[in-house]
Design a protein around this ligand. Sequence first.
Ligand code: ZN
Length: 245
Amino acid sequence: MFAPEDVKKALEKAQHLVVFTGAGVSAESGVPTFRDALTGLWENFDPEALATPEAFAENPDFVWGWYEWRRKLLLEVQPNPAHIAIAELAKRVPKFTLITQNVDDLHERAGSTDVLHLHGSLFTPRCFDCGRSYEFTQAPTLTKEQRITPPQCEHCSGNIRPGVVWFGESLPEAEFKAAFEAVQSCDLLLSVGTSGMVYPAAQLPEIAAQNNATVVHINPQKMSAITRHGYSLQGAAGEILPLLI
Ligand SMILES: [Zn+2]
C-alpha cells in the first residue's frame, strides 16, 4: 500500500481537486450501511417500506422513529483519518469540491465545508408539506415502541421529514448541478470508498476522465475499468489518504 509518485505529482499541480466519497468512507468510522442499520427492532422491515414518501405520509411516527435511531447511531461515531485528510486537502489546492453520497455529517465534523450531499443528509430535515428547512434542537430520544412523532413545521404545521433522498425521489437539483459542473472542470478527481456501480456514482468519475482529469480510485477492491489517466489505489481510505498529504 503506497501512494505512487504520479498521483502525488498530480496532487501537487492540481488547480481544481474534486473528492467524491461513498459508503466505504463512512464504514471506516463504523457507520452501519443502510441495510445493516435494519437490525434489532427493524430487521423485519423492507427498506423500501421505510424509505419512501408514501411510507412517511402513511406512517410518519414509524418512519421518523427509524431515522431518529440512525441519527443516534451517527452521533456515536467519529470522523476517521480519511475525513480528516480530505478536510486537509481542501486547504492545499486553489479550488476544491467535495461531493458525497453519504447522508451522515462526518465530513462536516472533520472540518469540511460546502459539502455536496447528492443523497441528502440525515442532518438537514425539512417540512414534508412546504419544504422549509428545520433545525434539530435536541439529540434523538428513542422510545421502546420505535415510534416518534415528527416535529411540526412552525410555518404550516406539516410534519418534518428526514433530509435524505428516498426511493422514487430525484437527486437534489442544486447539488447535482454543482457536482456535474465540478467534475467537468476539475483536473484531478479522487473517488474514495465508492464501488462506482450505482448511478450517478459511476458517471461522475467518468465525466472527469472524459474532460482529461486524472482520476484516482481509492478502494479496498481493485477497480477493473481504469481509464488512460486513471489510477487505482487499493486499501483503506483512512490509510491511503493521509499518505497522500
Ligand atoms: Zn411547512
